[in-house]
Design a protein around this ligand. Structure first.
Ligand code: RB5
Length: 148
C-alpha cells in the first residue's frame, strides 16, 4: 500500500502519480486533499507519514508546490525518511542508499514525465543495506537523541 498526500497545488500531479501506481499494479491510500481550495500541507503530510510510520503503508509520495513544506512536515514524524527530489537519480538513490520511505515532489517545479520517472524509480528500487544500514541507523539515533 502506498500513501499519498498533497495540498491544493497538486491535484493534477497526483493524477499522474496514480497513473504510475496503476501501471505498476500498486494499491494506494489517498490522504487528500482532493479539493482545489487552499489547504495547509502539514495536514496531509502528517496523515500519510503516520500511515507509513505505523506500517499501514510501505512507502509514501507527497506533493505540494515545491515539495519542500510537505517533506519537512513528514520528516517530523518518527521513523520517516522523506527525500525531497526533483529528478529520478536522487529518487533511485534515496531508496538504494538512504532507505527513504517517502519522497516529496513539487507540482510547481517538475512536469509530468519527470514526475513519472521519479515515482517509477522510487517504487522499483530497493535498499542496498551494508554500509548504508549503518548510516541510516545513525540517522535514527539522531531522532532518538532529540526525542522527536
Ligand atoms: C502553497 O502556496 C505552497 O506554499 C505549498 O504548496 C508548498 O510549496 C510549500 O512548501
Amino acid at each position: 500500500m502506498i500513501a499519498l498526500g498533497n495540498d491544493h497545488t497538486a491535484l493534477q500531479m497526483k493524477r499522474w502519480v496514480i497513473e504510475v501506481l496503476d501501471e505498476l499494479g500498486l494499491a494506494y491510500e489517498d490522504f487528500g486533499t482532493n479539493s482545489g481550495e487552499s489547504c495547509d500541507y502539514p495536514v496531509p503530510a502528517r496523515l500519510a507519514a503516520e500511515a507509513v510510520a505505523e506500517g499501514r503503508c510501505e512507502l509514501g509520495i507527497l506533493i505540494c508546490g515545491t515539495g519542500v513544506g510537505i517533506g519537512l512536515a513528514a520528516n517530523k514524524v518518527k521513523g520517516i525518511r522523506c527525500a525531497m527530489v526533483s529528478e529520478p537519480y536522487s529518487a533511485m538513490m534515496a531508496r538504494r542508499h538512504n532507505d527513504a520511505n517517502m519522497i516529496s515532489i513539487g507540482a510547481r517545479v517538475i512536469g509530468e514525465e519527470t514526475a513519472k520517472m521519479i515515482v517509477r524509480a522510487f517504487l522499483t528500487e530497493g535498499f542496498e543495506g551494508g554500509r548504508h544500514q549503518r548510516r541510516v541507523d545513525q540517522i535514527t539515533q539522531i531522532e532518538k537523541d532529540n526525542l522527536l
